[in-house]
Each structure stands twice: as C-alpha cells, then as structure tokens.
Design a protein around this ligand. Structure first.
Ligand code: SF4
Length: 91
C-alpha cells in the first residue's frame, strides 16, 4: 500500500508550525533518510519517528515553519503523539 494513510502528517506540521512556501521538506535539516534492508525510509525529526508508515515523510512536501531550524530533542518534543493543543509551539 502506498500513500493514503500518511497524507495528513505534513498537514499536522503545517497546523502546528505554519507552512513555509517555497521550501521543501527534502531540503530541510530535519529531514532524514534511513536505509534498512535495501529500503529507504524518509522521516521528519520534528514530527517524530515510528516504525510504521504514519511517520514516513515525503521530500516533496511544502516545508513547515520548522524548515531548517534544527530540532533539538533536549528542548523540544516531536509533534507525533502530542495532543493538538500541545503541538502549538511558539518560537
Ligand atoms: S521540520 Fe523540515 S522536514 Fe519536518 S515538516 Fe518541517 S520542513 Fe518538513
């Protein structure tokens, strides 16, 4: 199964951080590509990881307000798993 299930994770990021027109997730410092058993999995550090497709990321997404702002796990929490209100971070 491709696509479909993970259409909304970038929308969650746009809702939480705003969209940043003219940027792409693939150009962001928080975009990571992992290779496992010959497959590539793209993820967003600021959104968070799971082992499943819910956290798979698309390089072609329009970037969010966190674009090229390094995600610091010591001071920030990934959005995934937070309530919608908790996701409203101020910068
Ligand atoms: S932090 Fe970067 S990779 Fe993650 S959604 Fe925002 S722009 Fe995309």
């Amino acid at each position: 199964m491709r696509g479909g299930m993970n259409n909304t994770n970038i929308e969650e990021m746009h809702n939480a951080h705003g969209a940043k027109p003219g940027t792409r997730c693939g150009d962001c410092c928080n975009f990571v590509v992992r290779r496992q058993r010959g497959k590539k999995y793209s993820k967003c550090r600021a959104y968070g990881y799971s082992s499943g497709k819910a956290s798979d990321w698309r390089a072609g997404n329009e970037g969010c307000g966190m674009h090229n702002r390094p995600f610091d796990p010591a001071t920030m929490r990934p959005l995934m798993g937070q309530t919608r209100l908790d996701g409203q971070m101020e910068f």
